[in-house]
Design a protein around this ligand. Structure first.
Ligand code: SAM
Length: 266
């Protein structure tokens, strides 16, 4: 747990926050009692909540490895979260220690821990920013130093767009798309209520008590987020179905509650 005197003063540790709830769900230690209590409430309405977060993190790692195999050597990870087990730079540096990663998050605890973790790492940095401000992110000194936007990038928006209200998303994605070089990859995962509306209604009520209420999107809307990109196989599927090993399969797949896909910029 973050020590009481070590977290940034703007953090209200009495209000549960999705970054820290997710960290607790993954078995991390950068969370407060309010976050742990909220995850326990999630477990009451969705006993698969731990599976949901671990299947999402496993998708993130597979997507990073996929991008590396396609020759991607630089990543922009929007909504990167608290650096619990197996995030982008760890997955990337296993295959290519010189891969460069810019993390972005607007949650001060996530940013503080990521900075600490990356102190000695020349190839990865974090920018504290809201992903709805692409100009701030693209113009940040860390982005300018680490990423060469004239070359393909792996843009990760994994388990983050469901905190962004509907009206913003299409315009936002087109702004990022226009700066990406052809051959770049976009990875998205997104909570949905499509197959389990009743249960996900209860999950929504739990998130309504946090700092960031959740927005669900059906598969048809998830597909639209990839306008200008060619989806790579198997398209938009549940996280556990995306290029997974047999041992990663979940039955039925909708238990993972999150759509996932990767597209290549045309
Ligand atoms: C559920 S975590 C996902 C972490 C990581 N991408 C993963 O999938 O393992 C979502 C993260 O997005 C961040 N986030 C939410 N809204 C954001 C926004 N508007 N701008 C930047 N980060 C945001 C949260 O602070 C949190 O750390």
């Amino acid at each position: 747990m973050p020590e009481q005197n070590s977290f940034p003063p703007e953090v209200d540790h009495t209000r549960p926050n999705p970054a820290r709830i997710y960290d607790y769900g993954l078995g991390g230690h950068h969370n407060f009692a309010a976050d742990r209590d909220q995850f326990e409430k999630l477990l009451e309405v969705d006993p698969d909540a731990r599976l949901v977060v671990s299947a999402n993190r496993a998708f993130l790692r597979r997507a990073v490895r996929y991008c590396l195999r396609q020759g991607i050597t630089q990543f922009l990870d929007l909504g990167s979260g608290i650096p619990t087990v197996g995030n982008v730079h760890e997955a990337a540096h296993q295959l290519n220690p010189r891969a460069r990663v810019v993390y972005v998050d607007n949650e001060p605890i996530a940013v503080a821990h990521t900075r600490r973790l990356l102190r000695e790492n020349e190839n990865a940095e974090i920018v504290q920013a809201d992903l709805r401000d692409p100009d701030a992110i693209l113009g940040a000194p860390e982005t300018q130093r680490l990423l060469d936007l004239s070359k393909p990038v792996g843009l990760m928006m994994v388990a983050v767009l469901h905190w962004v209200p509907s009206a913003d998303v299409a315009g936002l994605l087109s702004r990022y798309r226009e700066v990406l070089a052809p051959g770049s990859y976009l990875a998205i995962s997104h909570l949905t209520s499509e197959h389990l509306p009743e249960q996900m209604g209860e999950v929504e009520d739990v998130f309504a008590e946090t700092t960031e209420p959740v927005v669900y999107r059906p598969r048809s809307e998830a597909v639209k987020l990839f306008e200008g990109f060619e989806l790579v196989p198997p398209g938009v599927v549940y996280t556990s179905q995306w290029q997974s090993e047999p041992y990663e399969m979940v039955e039925p797949p909708e238990r993972t509650k999150i759509w996932a896909a990767v597209g290549r910029k045309l």
